[in-house]
Write a protein that binds this ligand. Sequence first.
Ligand SMILES: *[C@@H]1O[C@H](CO)[C@@H](O)[C@H](O)[C@H]1NC(C)=O
Ligand SMILES: *[C@@H]1O[C@H](CO)[C@@H](O)[C@H](O)[C@H]1NC(C)=O
Ligand SMILES: CC(=O)N[C@H]1CO[C@H](CO)[C@@H](O)[C@@H]1O
Length: 251
Amino acid sequence: MKLSATFVSLALAALSLAGPTARDPTGFVKAKGQGFTLNGKPYTVFGSNSYWVGLMGYTTDEMNVAFRDIAATGATTVRTWGFNEVTTPSGDYYQLWNGSTPTINYGPTGLENFDNVIAAARANGIRLIVSLTNNWSDYGGMDVYVNQIIGRGQPHDYFYTNSRIIAAYQNYVRAWVERYIDEPTIFAWELANEPRCTGSTSASSGTCTTTTITGWVKTMSAYIKSLDRNHLLGVGDEGWFNWSHSMDGSY
Ligand SMILES: *[C@@H]1O[C@H](CO)[C@@H](O)[C@H](O)[C@H]1NC(C)=O
Ligand SMILES: *[C@@H]1O[C@H](CO)[C@@H](O)[C@H](O)[C@H]1NC(C)=O
Ligand SMILES: CC(=O)N[C@H]1CO[C@H](CO)[C@@H](O)[C@@H]1O
């Protein structure tokens, strides 16, 4: 469901724009009205949610094959994960937690690995939407911040309000944003994959509302924009249909 939702929203974005697709690796994509431009030409967002490219232990050659195959479909833009929170080092990961202390992994299994993801995307004319944490427990996500900083089983939504968690998340995103501030292959940062009041643990404070999420979005957007004026920024949210008969309405 997560994947198809992303596909639908990217496909809608693609449908809303006619015209040639710019593949120039230079220049930052900009928002213009309801569309996007690259070096003054229309930029069509069409692609996939290939969250896995930087998390499979791929060699640079394998990353190149993945992006080459995706580009061959006509895709311009790939959404991918810029997070994997772990408490024990394993495979590719970007942040390692020891108790409440996170350490960003700048090495070959961490941000140096993501340097390779970017290089392979660029080599194939693909731009990246990079999500910086997950609502869900896949690849760690928000619940790891909650568990490690304020205690296992604490409400998921404290991620949005606890000052120590906010500081840890900001520290993490600053490392990403500053590393890639001049990198035009980044199409946009995304605050989180599907931020919601509840997550995989179903632990909730009972006081989280839409305003809790939008307040966090305002704080974090302002924070990232204070560091990086080059890149677009998205929330990573879903939920525009509001169907009463199905949970899928929240997509
Ligand atoms: C984790 O932190 C504690 C101190 O809080 C330290 O004694 C321990 O060596 C650390 N573990 C690792 C693997 O770094
Ligand atoms: C969503 O649908 C519910 C009924 O299922 C309704 O009460 C609510 O007002 C709707 N919300 C919006 C934002 O339209
Ligand atoms: C909406 C959605 O896709 N939720 C899923 C997110 O991931 C968790 C597992 O991490 C699932 O339990 C949810 O159903």
